[in-house]
Write a protein that binds this ligand. Structure first.
Ligand code: NA7
Length: 541
């Protein structure tokens, strides 16, 4: 085993957050090294390469804002960017800023140990290498740890098993194949219409139905691109101060400020745009008042009924167990219409649950479905999963996973008490996945790298949130969530999709702009709520 001890900062993950962190640290004069499990940059968009994979935030919003030349020279081609285009963008950024020379690819971090005497993190990898640095940035992503599908017998299946979250390159043709897709969240909703185009027979196994709106994806027109480029400075500023990291105008109306016909006209206007974040905020009380929420749910249920020919299938595809948008509100291209095809069949697992996978296919309680391929679109251990899969040991050898066993706490989603000098980008109890991730991760990277720079200039060697500050923030985040409808849903936002995980709202629902102001004020006040400590040795050179 060798120990490579060099950089000022170690970064785990070469997705958007890790790439920007490396670039910004270099610009501030620090050395940094990224350890990345994949063979190239891109994070989410490196792994989730299934047919139909696409971002649900528009390309002109889901892109870096930190470099004016970069945003002027890159031209998006579609309203909602495909995985391929996003990966091309990631490659462009890596080349433009010469990032790859400071990234170790195919390097899976398994352990992270804090050495309180020397004030260093040591990261160990699957290949037996050790890397050390005074600071560690976990840019591990909120949706990067696939959840175990928890279906017995998968190993006995004689056909192929594909997972949307780790899709092999160039698998998109299912001609002459009988395919089963398990899971109808965003990934399932995107991959199902694509598989249906070529498969001989497609079975869609649904446990919980999702609400989805038509995306109305299309090529961007040259004048739209020119306008976006011209207006980028204002757009980006508005997004940073907005509720969800998108500059969406707010009507300021309750769902009950208008009569039913007018309400439906407004829903129709937003629905026709194919804009999920705007739809869930059509009325101010939609996510806080169940009656207001119900008006949106009924509107979308009516649309599902129109899109699906068979009434029984339409009914099964219509969610009934949770308020709309308390689970991810999806957007699709022909998802519901796919069930009008003769080669597609919906299997409602609520009435006929999966018993086990057999050699020939899937055995439900009442039927056997023989298939050639099983596609798992079964989701992620979101927000904390990627961190918990690393053995992260802080003060006194405490495991982060153990600390979070009964309750997940964090100060601002940026740091955790007991784990000095370790930062989490878009960590639990920060806006993260409930916002435009690009805006939230840029903010976190800037906050974290400014913090490291501040500490270095003040010759401070360690920073750690106090337990009081962490508990106060965790209580605040929980109180804000309790004022919304989110806790009423068994969603991955609530940690409810993973057995044994603490049930609590993991993203902060107080809004991106508000959160930004809080975190920036804390930094401006000399990092209020954090303990700063200087030892004899300076942390960074
Ligand atoms: P999601 O949204 O968590 O969806 C996973 C789906 O898989 C969901 O419908 C689950 O049903 C289903 N699932 C999971 N395990 C099983 C088993 N054992 N049997 C049957 N069905 C199962 O993940 P996605 O990848 O689609 O999307 C994640 C996010 O990525 C998305 O929201 C975007 O932000 C990007 P359940 O709900 O558990 O009943």
């Amino acid at each position: 085993m060798t120990t490579i001890k060099q950089p000022d900062v170690l970064i785990v993950g070469a997705g958007w957050a890790g790439m920007y962190a490396l670039h910004r640290l270099r610009r501030l004069g620090y050395t940094a090294l990224i350890l990345e499990a994949g063979s190239d940059v891109g994070g989410t968009w490196y792994w989730n390469r299934y047919p139909g994979a696409r971002c649900d935030i528009e390309s002109t919003h889901y892109s870096y804002s930190f470099d004016e030349d970069l945003q002027q020279e890159w031209t998006w081609t579609e309203r909602y960017p495909s995985q391929l285009e996003l990966l091309a963008y990631a490659h462009h950024v890596a080349e433009r800023f010469d990032l790859r020379k400071d990234i170790h690819f195919d390097t899976q971090v398994t352990n992270a140990d804090w050495d309180p005497t020397n004030e260093y993190w040591t990261l160990a990898t699957q290949d037996g290498e050790n890397y050390s640095a005074p600071f560690c940035i976990m840019a591990t992503g909120p949706l990067s740890a696939p959840k175990s599908p928890e279906i017995s017998g998968l190993d006995s299946f004689s056909g192929s098993v594909l997972n949307t979250s780790n899709w092999p390159e160039d698998v998109s043709d299912f001609s002459k194949q009988r395919v089963a897709v398990i899971g109808t969240g965003s990934s399932g909703i995107q991959v199902i219409p694509e598989i249906a185009k070529t498969a001989e027979q497609l079975y869609v196994l649904q446990r919980t139905a999702s609400y989805s709106l038509p995306a109305h994806n299309r090529p961007l027109k040259s004048d739209e691109i020119a306008t976006a480029k011209e207006q980028y400075p204002e757009l980006r500023n508005a997004a940073r101060e907005s509720f969800d990291g998108l500059a969406i105008p707010n009507r300021g109306l309750s769902a009950f400020d208008v009569v039913e016909e007018e309400r439906d006209e407004i829903y129709q206007e937003v629905y026709a745009k194919g804009a999920p974040f705007e739809f869930q905020g059509t009325f101010t009380d939609q996510m806080t008042d169940i009656a207001a929420n119900q008006t949106a749910a009924e509107f979308v249920a009516g649309k599902i009924e129109q899109r699906v020919d068979d009434p029984a299938t339409a009914e099964a595809l219509t969610p009934s167990t949770y308020p709309i948008a308390t689970r991810r509100l999806c957007i699709d291209t022909d998802y519901y219409e796919t069930f009008n095809r003769s080669n597609v069949k919906l299997i409602d697992l609520l009435s006929d649950p999966i018993d086990r996978v057999t050699e020939a296919g899937i055995k439900t309680e009442d039927h056997q479905y023989d298939v050639d391929t099983i596609v798992l679109a079964t989701g992620f251990d979101a927000i904390t999963g990627a961190l918990n899969r690393i053995e992260i040991r802080g003060n006194n050898g405490q495991l982060l996973r153990d600390k979070w066993r009964d309750h997940i706490s964090s100060y601002l989603g940026l740091m955790v008490n007991g784990f000095p000098n370790m930062f989490t980008v878009t960590g639990p109890l920060s806006p993260s996945v409930l916002s435009n991730m690009m805006v939230s991760l840029e903010h976190h990277v800037e906050w974290i790298t400014d913090c490291i720079d501040y500490l270095s200039r003040k010759q401070v060697t360690t920073i750690e949130p106090t337990i009081e500050a962490e508990l106060d923030w965790s209580k605040h985040a929980n109180d804000v969530a309790e004022g919304t409808l989110f806790p009423q849903s068994d969603s991955w936002y609530m940690g409810a999709n993973v057995e044994g995980k603490s049930r609590q709202m993991l993203p902060y629902v107080g809004g991106v702009g508000h959160y930004r102001q809080i975190t920036n004020k804390i930094a401006a006040a000399g990092y209020r709520g954090f303990e700063l400590h200087s030892s004899a040795q300076s942390a960074v050179r």
